[in-house]
Design a protein around this ligand. Structure first.
Ligand SMILES: Cc1cc2nc3c(=O)[nH]c(=O)nc-3n(C[C@H](O)[C@H](O)[C@H](O)COP(=O)(O)OP(=O)(O)OC[C@H]3O[C@@H](n4cnc5c(N)ncnc54)[C@H](O)[C@@H]3O)c2cc1C
Length: 356
């Protein structure tokens, strides 16, 4: 059924369809309203000011593109437009772009940003439009730079990627008054909300806002509603940043692992010593494996490099199955593949990598 749904009460939903209002009564209701891009208070979406949704539907490549917000969405799109010929400037308020990752992991991405001619302004604040109404004709954004000076950034389009917020308005949440965690709907390990019979999944329930998390929750809730015994017991939700090169993270980052386990072992293997990466001219980057020092249980795995998104399956599997360093090191990895870098990183953590 196509249409906008609004809760009337905990068991009843009204749907505005093309043929009029339809009322649905159900024993179980799943809220999966997703998320929406965050707007800057002084730069509302409209005209040349666009969100990722409009950026993905542009009919022509802008000559100049300003990206406000250097997170993963801003950089994925900024890099794609730079490759299509846009002159891209990224304006980021924090001291680094991709600030959710550690600096070592993002270094190859920063290098590539430079190669693509993308200008990155960090500790920079959007101040306004230089001449109201002219943006969209290559006119400028006013930005305060890290040293407190004013700068102008050319922009036919201004892509605002400063975050996403759960979509909790416009569908009658006030009728059912569910518990929240911050802006998100609170759920338990079965995706049950504070009201019996109402489940919630996906972006509206919190971080990480990822498609595969939403799908796994949806599948679990369908089974629970069908009477199966299921609960959320995932150890890892791999996340990929589709920049060039790509970034993959699964499980804990080094600092998080240290905080949890105290002593840790880290094995890092560079793609510069990996045959397949060399033949693809993708030697920038590495695989990093983090494990507990006492029993070698793997706690986190990260990689940066060309095409490493495909390694996310192996990373997720290793964490989900409770692998120890010896399990990964002792698994024969086909040659020549980038996956060998994963085995070598585990070997390195054990003190005997083969190719470095
Ligand atoms: C630019 C961009 C890139 C991304 N890249 C990735 C990626 O590479 N990998 C990844 O895993 N995730 C990625 N994500 C995140 C991913 O898209 C979300 O995590 C995922 O879509 C969340 O699924 P969801 O079902 O919670 O919500 P959504 O996919 O947002 O779906 C919610 C749907 O509900 C509809 N809806 C809302 N309210 C109502 C209502 N009242 N009545 C009827 N319909 C309603 C909406 O119109 C929408 O169609 C990206 C997101 C963006 C914006």
């Amino acid at each position: 059924m196509h249409g906008w749904a609004t809760f009337r009460d905990g068991k009843t939903v009204e749907v505005e369809t093309e043929t009029g209002i339809q009322v649905i009564r159900a024993e179980a209701v799943v809220i999966a309203t997703g998320s929406a891009p965050v707007e800057l208070p002084f730069l509302p979406f409209g005209g040349p000011v666009i969100s990722s949704t409009e950026a993905l539907a542009l009919s022509e490549v802008p000559k100049t593109l300003a990206v406000i917000g250097g997170g993963y969405i801003g950089l994925e799109l900024g890099m794609a437009f730079a490759k299509m010929g846009s002159h891209v400037t990224v304006v980021e308020a924090l001291p680094r772009v991709l600030a959710q990752y550690d600096a070592e992991l993002t270094r190859p991405v920063l290098k590539r940003l430079g190669e693509l001619g993308i200008e990155v302004m960090t500790e920079a604040k959007f101040k306004g439009l230089s001449t109201q109404g002219q943006v969209g004709k290559g006119d400028a954004l006013l930005v305060e730079t890290a040293d407190g000076k004013n700068a102008k950034v050319a922009a036919d389009r201004i892509l605002v990627t400063v975050g996403r917020k759960p979509l909790t308005e416009g569908w009658g949440l006030e009728q059912i008054d569910l518990d929240r965690v911050g802006k998100f709907i609170r759920i338990d390990d079965q995706c049950r909300t504070s009201m019996r019979g109402i489940y919630a999944i996906g972006d509206v329930t919190g971080e990480p806002m990822l498609a595969h998390r939403a799908m796994a929750q949806g599948e679990m809730v369908a089974e629970i509603v069908a009477g199966h015994k299921r609960s959320w017991d995932k150890r890892a939700i791999p996340a990929i940043c589709f920049t060039d090169p790509e970034l993959v993270t699964a499980g804990l980052a080094p600092e998080e692992a240290k905080a949890l386990a105290g002593e840790i072992k880290i094995g890092q293997f560079p793609f510069a010593a990996n045959g397949r990466a060399m033949t693809k001219q993708g030697e920038d980057g590495f695989v990093r494996v983090i494990a507990r020092a006492d029993n070698h249980l793997v706690l986190g795995i990260q990689a940066v490099g060309q095409g490493v998104s495909e390694l996310s399956a192996a990373f997720g599997l290793a964490l989900e199955m409770g692998a120890r360093l010896e399990d990964i090191a002792g698994t024969i990895h086909a040659h020549p593949t980038q996956g060998e870098g994963f085995q070598e990183a585990a070997l390195k953590a054990l003190g005997h990598a083969l190719h470095i």
